[in-house]
Design a protein around this ligand. Structure first.
Ligand code: HPA
Length: 279
């Protein structure tokens, strides 16, 4: 008898639970809100919520500034599913556990992922408070959600990462930023496991690798979304210069504070993106 795929069963029942809670909606996007940006979800209209810990098979968010729940509602005239907070490898979760909420969204028929995070700048022309579109990623977490038997029974294990961040969506984001006078950089994102911040030597190494920004999330989600054939857009909020650049010594409080100050512009940016034709 073939081994039952536990992941498949868990994804099916989690998706059923979301449908029961939120109704059978035609979502435009899954939006993941990173550190400091969780408050964007408070602006979602007609919202309903479901905590991650109430969803069978799903882990709980334990990171500071991550509420840890799905919010379903309307933004810019579209139904959206929002993750108010995410799961991280540094919380002790496997890459598959981190990917789980993205795959649940894929089960609901969602074909667009807009993922966001707070990040440190490696590119010295960036400024704290800038937003930065991810043009590509360097996954330095040492982990991959497809490196397991069960996801590979559902999706093709050898996921193409060519144009992982959709170029057409990048243009839409740049237009929305320009129309709203929001500073939007574009560059290569490096994802590390964390949770310690980088050393100055690691920051210099990442610069040599060609990365423009660094943080401790996103890479596994992007691989998971591409495996499920979702289009992906990634946006970082630059909350600090990388450790050692201009004597920077980043800490989590600084990350939260910059997020709180930029939440309004981030909402506007997302609103502009969703208002454009992006599917
Ligand atoms: N490094 C890693 N993760 C981060 C940073 C950083 O400088 N800033 C916000 N998240």
């Amino acid at each position: 008898m073939p081994t039952p795929n536990l992941l498949e069963q868990q994804l099916t029942s989690a998706a059923d639970q979301l449908r029961q809670c939120f109704g059978d909606l035609n979502y435009r996007a899954l939006i993941i809100l990173g550190s400091g940006l969780n408050a964007v979800a408070d602006r979602i209209e007609e919202s309903k919520v479901l905590s991650f810990d109430q969803v069978s098979g799903m882990k709980t968010s334990t990171a500071a500034g991550h509420v840890g729940r799905y919010v379903s509602g309307r933004l810019a005239g579209h139904d959206v599913l929002v993750m108010q907070g995410r799961l991280h490898g540094y919380e002790g979760y496997t890459a598959q556990e981190v990917a789980f909420p993205v795959w649940v969204a894929a089960r609901l028929g969602i074909s667009l992922l807009i993922t966001s995070n707070a990040a440190g700048a490696l590119n010295t022309s960036y400024e704290v408070g800038d937003f930065c579109l991810m043009s590509d990623q360097i996954n330095l977490t040492g982990r991959n959600p497809m490196a397991a038997a069960e996801p590979a029974m559902i999706y093709d294990r050898f996921v193409s990462m060519y144009e992982a961040f959709d170029p057409h969506l990048q243009k839409i984001a740049q237009t929305a930023a320009a129309e709203n006078s929001i500073s939007l950089q574009i560059g290569v994102y490096a994802g590390l496991l964390g949770p310690s911040f980088e050393t100055p030597a690691e920051i210099r190494m990442l610069q040599k690798l060609g990365a423009d920004s660094v943080a401790m999330s996103v890479c596994e989600e992007v691989i998971a979304a591409r495996a499920a054939n979702m289009k992906v857009m990634g946006i970082s909020l630059i909350t600090n210069m990388g450790c050692g650049i201009e004597d920077s010594n980043p800490n989590d409080l600084e990350v939260q504070d910059v997020g709180a100050a930029r939440v309004g512009d981030f909402y506007q940016l997302i609103e502009g993106i969703l208002s454009s034709e992006c599917n």
